[in-house]
Each structure stands twice: as structure tokens, then as C-alpha cells.
Design a protein around this ligand. Structure first.
Ligand code: UDP
Length: 311
């Protein structure tokens, strides 16, 4: 198939491009490198079935020829990015989603939206199941991301209902692995970088808040299964193994042999208290569940950051 991946030079999307190429597809990645980077696609840049186009997908989708699939993966996705790039984040969810959906109308292509567990906000239901509508602050600092993705889901469902587009919506939970930006401010790159430099890990708040971390190859497997399934409603994909930030810090300090311990910093506003996906739907409809053990995935990730820091 001819497949367009918006944000194709980003962390998750670059792994998706690589996997699609390995399955024999033609892949056209579009990215403006605002949070993505060319180095993420360096290992397959010379693949003749791969094209990389520099463009802002909230303004244009300059891809020639008929497409079979469009994966809309482009968006800033880290809490510090929302503050730095509030309008780019809003436009990635709104204008870019509409442009990509319009293209799917024109080409008769299937559309895939990378949505997020952030649509659940600071959830009052635990673990989070797709039928839960969420607890989102519509005007807080995270709202540029949360509400843009909620709008993107509404837009996607409207195109499915009223314009006959075949659509898929994934709600991605915390994901980690190689190609995360070392300075993107998210907890895994922050802790890995600090540990490798022998510094104390910056735990925000008391560190009892939880997240459930999925290794990137498991996520990509879920993305592809969902796209090729017949599931037209949102589907959670994430690893249900939940841990506190204190536990995460202890694991990384132990693995790296970092003696500097932790320091506490203020908790960001509206930081979700608990997050864990209910993946019953993905299990039933996609036959998907995560395979990579946390210790294994984290070791691969630390080694990636070790290489990046050495450079
Ligand atoms: N966090 C932390 N130290 C850091 C960065 C993040 O303790 O240096 C915490 C953050 O407050 C949140 C969790 O780690 O509770 C996950 O944050 P991240 O920014 O990775 O993603 P989120 O799930 O909040 O979007």
C-alpha cells in the first residue's frame, strides 16, 4: 500500500514507518521537525520505498499520488511542549486532522488518528476504559493537547458518520523507548539522562502518582493491528503494568548504578494522579497485548540514551 505518516520523524511515528517499510509498503513521512528529527529516520532514509517531506501538516499535506492509508501521528506530545508550542499543539489536533481526513475523502483512504489517554484527563475511573468520558480541565495548561485530541476524535467520528471515511482511533498511553527526545521533559528521558550523568532524579510531587509504560514496539504492533481491524471506535493501547514515579526512579537508579538518589520538585498543574489502561477491547478485537517486559524495555532505552549522550 501507499501510506502517509504525518509526524513521521517523531518518536513513535518513526518506529511505525520502519515497521511499515519492513512489511513492504511505500511510506511517505511528512514532518516539520518541530519535535521530530531527521536522525530518527536515518537508518531507513535511503530505502527506495521511503520518502521524507518537510511540511507543516496543519497547513498542507503536499503528498502526490493516491494514498491507501493515512496515519495522523503529528503533534507535540510532551507536557513541556504544550507550554512551548500551544498553538502548534492545537493546530495539530484541529487543522491537521481535518486536512488529513479531507485527503482520505478524496483518495478513498483509511484514516488513523493517534489520540491519547489524556482524553481521560485526571481520571475518576480506574483503570481507564474506552466508555469513560474523562475528567479534563478545558482551560488548564494541558488543555491545548487534551482538548485538541478530544476535538480530533469528534472530527474523526463526524467524518466516519457523515462523509463515509473509514476511520480508526487509538488512545495511546505512556510509551517509552529509543528515539525519545533526550530533553523532551517526559519522565523516562529525564530520569535516564539524569541517572547517566550521576545526578539526582527529579521526582515531581511526592512521586506516588502512577503511570503505565508501554515499550514502543508493542505500541507499534497495536497501531498496525488496529488500522487493519474493523474497529471504528476508539481503542486503548498501552501496558497495564502500573507503577509510581518513585518506583520508576528506584528502578532506573538501580539499573544505572546511580548513587545520587532523587530530589523532589513541584508537581505540575493538573498532573494526572493515576493512569492505567483497561485493554480488554484491544485483547478481544485486535488479539493484542504487550510482550516486552518493563526491565527489558527499560534496559534498551537506557542504552539508547547512553549512546546519545556519548555523542
Ligand atoms: N515527572 C517527574 N519528573 C520529571 C518528569 C515527569 O516526576 O522529571 C512525572 C510527572 O509529574 C508525571 C509523570 O512523571 O506524574 C509522567 O510525566 P510525563 O511528562 O512523562 O507524561 P504525562 O503522563 O504526564 O503526560
Amino acid at each position: 500500500m501507499r501510506i502517509c505518516v504525518t509526524g513521521g520523524a517523531g518518536f513513535v511515528a518513526s518506529h511505525l514507518c520502519e515497521r511499515l517499510l519492513s512489511e513492504g509498503h511505500e511510506v511517505i513521512a511528512v514532518d516539520n521537525y518541530v519535535t521530530g528529527a531527521k536522525r530518527n529516520v536515518a537508518t531507513f532514509l535511503d530505502n527506495p520505498r521511503f520518502t521524507l517531506i518537510e511540511a507543516d501538516v496543519s497547513k498542507e499535506l503536499p503528498v502526490e499520488g493516491k494514498l491507501d492509508r493515512v496515519f495522523h501521528m503529528a503533534s507535540p506530545a510532551s507536557p513541556i511542549d504544550y507550554v512551548e508550542l500551544p498553538f502548534a499543539t492545537l493546530h495539530a489536533g484541529s487543522d491537521a486532522t481535518e486536512l488529513a481526513l479531507e485527503r482520505c475523502v478524496t483518495d478513498g483512504a483509511r484514516f488513523f488518528l493517534a489520540s491519547t489517554s489524556e482524553v481521560y484527563g485526571d481520571p475518576a475511573v480506574h483503570p481507564q476504559v474506552e466508555s469513560y468520558w474523562g475528567n479534563v480541565n478545558p482551560i488548564g495548561p494541558r488543555s491545548v493537547y487534551d482538548e485538541a485530541k478530544r476535538y480530533a476524535e469528534a472530527l474523526t467520528m463526524a467524518y466516519q458518520r457523515y462523509k463515509g471515511v473509514e476511520t480508526r482511533i487509538i488512545r495511546i498511553f505512556n510509551t517509552y523507548g529509543p528515539r525519545m527526545r533526550p530533553n523532551d521533559g517526559r519522565v523516562v528521558p529525564a530520569f535516564c539522562g539524569q541517572a547517566l550523568e550521576g545526578k539526582p532524579l527529579t521526582v515531581f510531587g511526592d512521586g506516588t502518582q502512577t503511570r503505565s509504560f508501554c515499550y514502543v514496539s508493542d505500541l507499534v504492533d497495536g497501531i498496525i493491528r488496529l488500522m487493519e481491524s474493523d474497529l471504528g471506535t476508539p481503542c486503548n493501547v498501552g501496558n497495564p503494568s502500573e507503577r509510581t514515579m518513585l518506583e520508576l526512579a528506584a528502578h532506573i537508579n538501580e539499573y544505572t548504578g546511580n548513587q545520587a538518589g532523587i530530589i523532589h520538585k513541584p508537581l505540575p498543574k493538573d498532573d494526572p494522579t493515576r493512569r492505567k489502561p483497561d485493554i480488554s477491547l484491544a485483547r478481544e478485537r485486535l488479539g493484542w497485548e504487550p510482550k516486552i517486559e518493563f526491565a527489558d524495555g527499560m534496559a534498551r532505552t537506557v542504552e539508547y540514551f547512553r549512546e546519545v549522550l556519548a555523542k
